[in-house]
Write a protein that binds this ligand. Structure first.
Ligand code: HPA
Ligand code: ZN
Length: 319
């Protein structure tokens, strides 16, 4: 029996398995530059974040209708449930779809249809977090927040993803401030490929409550001390870090050191269709490669519920 856990760092577009990609390509008459699923899988050899993102954004061409987004999310939730996930906070990238002419409403309503049935069908509670693409402009992020306004009953927070280096969190100060005014929760990818300074900026300038990845905080002992003291959760993704070459091999991942330092670590699958495993596969992998034993695995699972947005947020905590 897999440990019950929450998954907090999961891009729904990154759950697009080759089989579903081909099925949707056929359903929508979208040509794919791969002969079959085998050939597509062979393309999953990445040098860094950007080489992954090129394929990730390209394959999204097959996602066109509400039914496509519904099928994508339902397939993830079924797999997640089988891996012990009881609660999932799911990222999506609206700009990657609106830029292709797919309306914001199509994406959110399609995902929403699957999420609405998730507790009943899969026993998984869900939240939806929309991410701004940091390699797009701050104005585009603000326009995306504006487009989200009619759908805020479905969206609990904002995040920041895509190509990190050269796109520091401070670029998005205004849109995060506006999101806060709307009562949205705040997270951001930081310290995946970018420096520890980006983690500080995400905390100080954007006011995020969690850091996605945060791997490179280990290069800054004062920052580690602060993250420990303030119990800032890190949503680590060890299999992603190996596939995108943030670490050479899983055996060298700093997760055990980070846990020993007292950081509030969670482990997650990020883009499981591309990185070779869903979240319980990740639990098994860190056990095998890093020697994290049953007590450590339970700590990671407990942390995932502590770090989840299952409470009422900063305003409730201030009461
Ligand atoms: N990092 C940044 N952007 C992303 C990722 C990631 O791991 N996955 C999908 N978009
Ligand atoms: Zn991510």
């Amino acid at each position: 029996m897999p440990l019950p856990k929450a998954e907090l760092h999961l891009h729904i577009e990154g759950t697009l398995e080759p089989e579903l990609a081909f099925a949707l390509a056929e359903r929508n008459g979208v040509p794919l530059p791969y002969a079959d699923t085998e050939e597509l899988r062979k393309a999953y050899l990445f040098d860094d974040l950007q080489s992954f993102l090129d394929l990730y954004y390209g394959l999204m061409a097959v996602l066109r209708t509400e039914a496509d987004f519904e099928d994508l999310a339902d397939a993830y939730l079924a797999r997640a449930a089988a891996q012990g996930v009881r609660h999932a906070e799911i990222f999506f990238d609206p700009q990657a779809h609106t830029a292709r002419g797919i309306p914001f409403a199509t994406v959110v309503e399609g995902l929403g249809r699957a999420l609405d049935r998730s507790e009943e069908r899969h026993g998984v509670s869900t939240r939806l977090i929309m991410c701004f693409l940091r390699d797009q402009s701050a104005e585009s992020a603000m326009a995306t927040l504006e487009a989200a306004k009619p759908h805020l009953d479905r969206i609990i927070g904002v995040g920041l993803d895509s190509a990190e280096v050269g796109h520091p969190p401070s670029k998005f100060a205004a849109v995060y401030e506006a999101a806060g005014v709307l009562g949205l929760r705040k997270v951001a990818h930081a310290g995946e490929e970018g420096p520890a300074a980006y983690v500080r900026e995400a905390l100080d300038v954007l006011g995020v409550e969690r850091i996605d990845h945060g791997l490179r905080c280990v290069e800054d002992p004062e920052l580690v001390e602060r993250l420990v003291r303030d119990r800032v959760p890190l949503t680590l993704c060890p299999l992603s870090n190996v596939r995108l070459r943030a670490v050479d091999i899983l055996e060298q991942h700093p997760l055990p050191r980070m846990m020993a330092a007292g950081l509030l670590c969670t482990i997650n699958s990020d883009d499981p269709a591309y990185f070779g495993g869903y979240v319980d596969d990740t639990f098994h992998a860190v056990h095998e490669a890093l020697g994290i034993g049953p007590e450590g695995l339970r700590e990671l699972a407990r942390n995932s519920f502590e770090a989840a947005f299952l409470d009422g947020g900063p305003e409730e905590e201030a009461l």
